[in-house]
Design a protein around this ligand. Structure first.
Ligand code: ASP
Length: 326
């Protein structure tokens, strides 16, 4: 069932929007091949020997940065982590100057996270290497949606026809946007649930059903994805108080009882217990797949690195063929 990585034509991975169902399925198929390898004592391959991957993170990260680092190293590549707090960005260098400086060192791939929506795409137009969006503002976080899809597909055997609820701070969430694009593309049905203050203005154009009542929105769903209140992107007050927010939108066993009895509980992390999710639900080993999501994250990132690097075989860096996101 393994799909050949080189058959997937992607120069960069900037978002899920615009990817075909075939490309998404193929990326998930390649990811599947890495799950077993990651469970072995010896996890290393030499597929990316000689390749340089730079993680360029202008925002905090635990899971994404670590899993890209592990992914690159397990495939035998050289991985460098750049934290902007320790770089010349703190001395006033612009995003593009930093990118061009790194570009001059001939990396093969940049993984970039930035607080501004669109910043990663802009950067991808200026450098010669492949670029993966590790999260740009509230726009997209493509590898998160792929790892979520892989987790669901392995548990449910499919994505098509499933009813998925994405709950909480939809407005500021790149995870929500990437998941909405992916799930719609793959034939799942998406509900978004949250207070009206945390719904984006363009929500009606995203092909989802909108609920402001958690119990109604959760009724009969197969999958419950919880989101953190992303206070770092909030200017002003969006919820009356944390206890009030938890009362109406925090996932606890009572609200969860409206979902299907075997509904899976997901969260991209970092979790804020007692804010958007109750500990009892988060730690329910029968239904919570939050740690499985993290495991799938490494496999998905290995697949993305393999796919993008396979387009660059035998090409000196700096002479990559032209081509868009897909
Ligand atoms: N880790 C995810 C992201 O970077 C979700 C979050 O931060 O709440 O978007």
């Amino acid at each position: 069932m393994s799909t050949s990585a080189s058959s997937i034509k992607l120069r960069h991975l900037l978002g899920i929007e615009g990817l075909s169902p075939e490309t998404i399925s193929a990326l998930l198929d390649v990811s599947e091949t890495y799950i077993e390898q990651n469970r072995q004592i010896d996890k290393k391959q030499s597929l990316l020997r000689g390749r340089t991957i730079i993680n360029l993170f202008f925002e905090n990260s635990t899971r994404t940065r670590t899993s890209f680092e592990l992914a690159g190293k397990r495939l035998g590549g050289d991985v460098i982590n750049m934290q902007t707090s320790a770089s010349s960005v703190k001395k006033g260098e612009t995003l593009l100057d930093t990118a061009m400086t790194l570009n001059a060192m001939h990396p093969d791939l940049l993984v970039v996270r930035h607080p501004d929506s669109g910043a990663v795409q802009l950067l991808s137009q200026k450098v010669n290497c492949a670029v993966i969006n590790g999260g740009d503002g509230s726009h997209e976080h493509p590898t998160q949606a792929l790892l979520d899809a892989l987790t669901i597909r392995r548990r449910r055997g499919k994505l098509q026809g499933l009813l998925v609820a994405i709950c909480g701070d939809i407005l500021h969430s790149r995870v929500a946007r990437s998941n909405i694009h992916l799930l719609n593309t793959m034939g799942a049905r998406v509900r978004v649930i949250g207070p009206p203050t945390l719904m984006p203005a363009e929500i009606d154009r995203l092909g989802v059903e909108v609920f402001t009542d958690m119990r109604k929105g959760l009724t009969g769903v197969d999958i419950v994805m919880m989101l953190r209140l992303q206070t770092e992107r909030m200017h002003g007050s969006y919820v009356p108080s944390i206890p009030e927010y938890f009362r109406f939108f925090g996932l606890d066993n009572e609200k969860l009882s409206f979902a299907k009895p075997d509904a899976l509980i997901m969260h991209p992390g970092p979790m804020n217990r007692g804010v958007e999710i109750d500990s009892e639900v988060a730690d329910d080993i029968g239904r919570s797949v939050i740690h499985e999501q993290v495991e799938m994250g490494v496999a998905v990132r290995m697949a993305c690195l393999e796919v993008l690097m396979s387009q660059r075989r035998n090409e000196p860096s700096g002479s990559v063929a032209e081509g868009g996101g897909e």
